[in-house]
Design a protein around this ligand. Structure first.
Ligand code: SAM
Length: 124
C-alpha cells in the first residue's frame, strides 16, 4: 500500500505568524498532536506539536509566535510513497506523524502512527 491509501485527508493547519496560544487551542480542540505550519502562500514551512508548545511554556515565555518554536526541518512524505518507507521515517526520527505533500509542497494529508495501525485490522 501507498501513503494515499491510509493518510488522513482532513488536515488541520496553522500559519507561521499565529500566536502559540492559538496553536495550543487548536491542538486541544481537535485532539491533535501535530499541526503542519504553512506560510502565507500555503506552502509547508514547519510543524508544531504539543511537545513544542509545552517546551515553550517552560523555557521562554517570550516565544510568542508559531514560527519561533516550530520545527523547520520537516520530515514529510508523499501520496505515492510506499507505506513501509514512511513507517521507517517515523521510527528512525522518533516522531509519530508525517505531513503528506504534493509537488508544490502543499499539505494534502497527514500520516500518523495511528493510520499505520489501520493496516493491521484496527479501526482506530
Ligand atoms: N513522539 C513525539 C512526537 O512525535 O512529536 C515526541 C518526540 S519528537 C522528537 C518531538 C519533536 O519532533 C518536536 O519538536 C516536533 O516539532 C518534532 N516533529 C514531530 N513530527 C515531525 C516531523 N514530521 N518532522 C520534523 N519534526 C517533527
Amino acid at each position: 500500500p501507498r501513503v494515499r491509501d491510509i493518510m488522513n485527508r482532513q488536515v488541520i493547519n496553522i500559519t507561521e505568524d499565529e500566536e502559540v496560544r492559538v496553536a495550543a487551542k487548536r491542538l486541544l480542540k481537535d485532539e491533535m498532536n501535530h499541526l503542519p505550519v504553512l506560510d502565507r502562500n500555503g506552502a509547508l514551512v514547519g510543524i508544531i506539536t504539543t511537545y513544542d508548545v509545552s517546551k515553550a511554556v517552560v523555557t521562554d515565555g517570550r516565544l510568542r509566535q508559531v514560527k519561533d518554536i516550530m520545527t523547520r526541518n520537516v520530515i514529510k512524505t508523499t501520496p505515492d510513497e510506499p507505506v513501509d518507507v514512511a513507517a521507517q521515517k517515523l521510527e528512525q526520527n522518533n516522531i509519530s506523524a508525517l505531513p503528506v505533500v504534493d509537488a508544490a509542497n502543499r499539505v494534502v494529508g497527514i500520516l500518523s502512527a495511528i493510520d499505520l495501525g489501520k493496516l493491521f485490522g484496527g479501526r482506530r
